[in-house]
Design a protein around this ligand. Structure first.
Ligand SMILES: CC(C)(C)OC(=O)NCc1c[nH]c2nc(N)[nH]c(=O)c12
Ligand SMILES: [Zn+2]
Length: 371
């Protein structure tokens, strides 16, 4: 059995739940936040550091690794786990989303997506079969079906056409994949901001009877209220005994909304990306460490955090590192931001266990400054 989701406990006060996701490279306690390691590295982190932060699974990217260094090279190296020295679970995104957001001059057809590499403009073509072939070479524990992340906003007709193609592509991915004991395939639900189309996509994708399902096409720039409305409509409709994965979500409030709607897994480049720009998440809200106000602030980045960065360095020192563009700046901020979100999810799991998730959210929001 490649991947199996076990539902452990449903919250009595909302759709949140505790689960276990069994994979060939280990068991994952959900709900979980997955750090993104797009090009076979969680930027600025060694795998040991990512593990020490408490990460149970990381994401990597079909589109990027296909372009460089090439999936065949990684296969020769013994697969992605070996290549990047990470022995826990890996989930690979299918490349669809990246082609749409990174690739230039792309053309979508029934067969797949033709695009030019964002690196050197060379022409490429990814079909559902090609995406699975690449992910088979990478050897990830969880593969994502090739989908079209329907852009926002899109009209009803286009959104319907797009989700129906995504369904046909998911079927082709399922037919092409062979070794179900080694790798699982998750389907991706689309349907934009139209509730009836989301229902259609849920029906079509879950009819494929896969070990897990993702919600795509949310957090694509739509207003927060629309995101929350579509999320709370869609998530509970996914099969409750399968893993539910919300793609591209990562700020604290968006994660709370996701868990409360019944989501088990989420990923986002946010914490690592903003860390490299000097923005850190703290218990009392976001903080731009380069601001002059921290020049002589010899306190911790986050007084309530016990991560390596907060235990050993001051705001003044970290601000200095950013000011002189030192590599260590990105590393220390990344360590803290990843730890902050991974710890948040651990606290959320505990709160679900103790049936006090909504109260915990209230406390967190007050301190963070959301309310
Ligand atoms: C704009 C950000 C990245 C924040 O969110 C989204 O785009 N969210 C949607 C998303 C993220 N990653 C995906 N992968 C795939 N295959 N399909 C998707 O729809 C998505
Ligand atoms: Zn910290």
């Amino acid at each position: 059995m490649a991947v199996r989701f076990e539902l452990l406990k449903e919250s009595s006060e909302c759709n949140a739940r505790l689960g276990k996701l069994y994979t060939p490279h280990g068991v994952i306690e959900t709900p979980i936040f997955m750090p993104v390691g797009t090009r076979a590295t969680v930027k600025a982190m060694t795998p040991e550091e990512v593990k020490d932060l408490g990460a149970q699974i990381i994401l990597s990217n079909t589109y990027h690794l296909y372009l460089k260094p090439g999936h065949k090279l990684i296969e020769e190296a013994g697969g992605l786990h070996k290549f990047m020295n990470w022995d826990k679970p890996i989930l690979t995104d299918s490349g669809g989303f990246q082609v749409f957001s990174l690739g230039k001059l792309r053309k979508i057809s029934e067969e797949g997506v033709e695009f030019r590499s964002h690196i050197d403009g060379s022409k490429h073509f990814i079909s559902p079969e090609k995406s699975i072939e690449i992910q088979n070479s990478l050897g990830s524990d969880i593969m994502m079906a090739l989908d079209e992340c329907t852009p926002y906003p899109s009209d009803y007709e286009y959104t319907k056409e797009s989700l129906e193609r995504t369904t046909r592509w998911a079927k082709r991915c399922k037919e092409y994949h062979k070794d179900w004991d080694r790798q699982a395939l998750f389907g991706i639900v689309q349907g934009g901001m139209y509730k009836d189309l989301r229902e259609q996509s849920i029906k079509e994708i879950t009819d494929l009877d896969l070990p897990g399902y993702a919600i795509g096409g949310l957090s694509v720039g739509e207003p927060k209220e629309l995101y929350r409305d579509m999320l709370s409509f869609t998530a509970p409709k996914l099969p409750k005994n399968k893993a539910r994965y919300l793609m591209g979500v990562g700020s604290p409030d968006y994660l709370f909304d996701a868990v409360i709607s019944g989501i088990d897994m989420a990923d986002c480049v946010l914490p690592t990306r903003i860390a490299r720009n000097g923005t850190v998440l703290t218990s009392h809200g976001k903080l731009v460490i380069k601001n002059a106000e921290y020049k002589r602030d010899f306190g911790k980045l986050d007084p309530e955090c016990d991560c390596y960065t907060c235990k050993n360095y001051s705001r003044a020192y970290i601000r200095h590192l950013f000011n002189v563009d030192e590599i260590l700046a990105a590393r220390l901020a990344t360590i803290h931001n990843l730890y902050f979100l991974i710890k948040l999810m651990e606290n959320i799991r505990t709160a679900i266990k103790e049936d006090r998730l909504l109260e915990y959210r209230e406390q967190f929001y007050k301190k963070y400054g959301y309310i």
